[in-house]
Design a protein around this ligand. Sequence first.
Ligand code: SF4
Length: 325
Amino acid sequence: MLENRIVDSFGRPLEYLRLSVTDRCNLRCFYCMPDERMKFLPKKELLSYEELGFVINELVGLGIKKLRITGGEPFVRRNMIGFLKGIVESHPELELGITSNGVLLGKHIKELKAIGIQKINLSLDSFDPSRFLRITARDDFQKVYGCLLDLIESGFQVKINCVVMKGVNDHEIPDFAEFARTFPVSIRFIEEMPFNGHGKQRGFLSYGQIKSILEEKYGTLDLQQAEISSSSFDFAPSGFEGSIGIIPAYTRSFCGSCNRIRISATGQMKTCLYGKNVLDLRGLIRSGKREEIKHMIINKYKVKEENGLQAEKGSELVSMSMIGG
Ligand code: SF4
């Protein structure tokens, strides 16, 4: 009988799956995609919805409580709403969230509400349309901003993920923070990571530097109690409708409570974002070895890397769109 609580050698339980459903995206953020020549994978190389559903069932059977659907951009994949509806119907107990860039999401807000999906992480790095264009190589700011306001008005739990880069958008940190004064959203400032196909950050600003910029404006920020495995350090200055947080995604000072694994759209499992692929689920599924998968996931999770710094050694830093964030 398989135990329903998988714990790694550091006592961290497996509770959270970040599942990518596509490597494709309709934006070209320079800190993620090398450039326009990005080659996307043929459809047959991606897990089908049936295979993705099977993987989710297996992981739920192993005790995951939280599932985040990521990409590339999930809504560039056809019939995404149908797939999400299926997850909610099969696993109503799961805490289900989606990470999206908001370009296509707006037209699905009513359907998402009807399915009962509440948690949306929206990637947005600038409130300035021309800077948005420079960062993403697409002129879609108005669509994303409109989607953001519609999500808030429709009562979704919205987190805005803003990758902060020196000399690019760091001067907008106060504008983003002020947005959380007015609206009930959680702004998360994310350290730039080297998952851009060439491994070099454009303008790295650390957790400490981002916090100093915020404290220049708001004074000393008191850390809020967060979910034990949260990667965000959150603050709620007085008078704010929402909150502001910082994710030290490159400093990696939160690995001690890491409870997640990632599975890419091609079925490659990682026990750490910075680590190597540790298991080829697609290969197992397509070679008729579905019954072996649970055991193999358990064995790989038990030897999960201690932290992202250790995991990065000898690991290739590909584009985030290939991993799923
Ligand atoms: S860097 Fe790796 S170990 Fe650390 S929190 Fe991220 S996935 Fe977990």
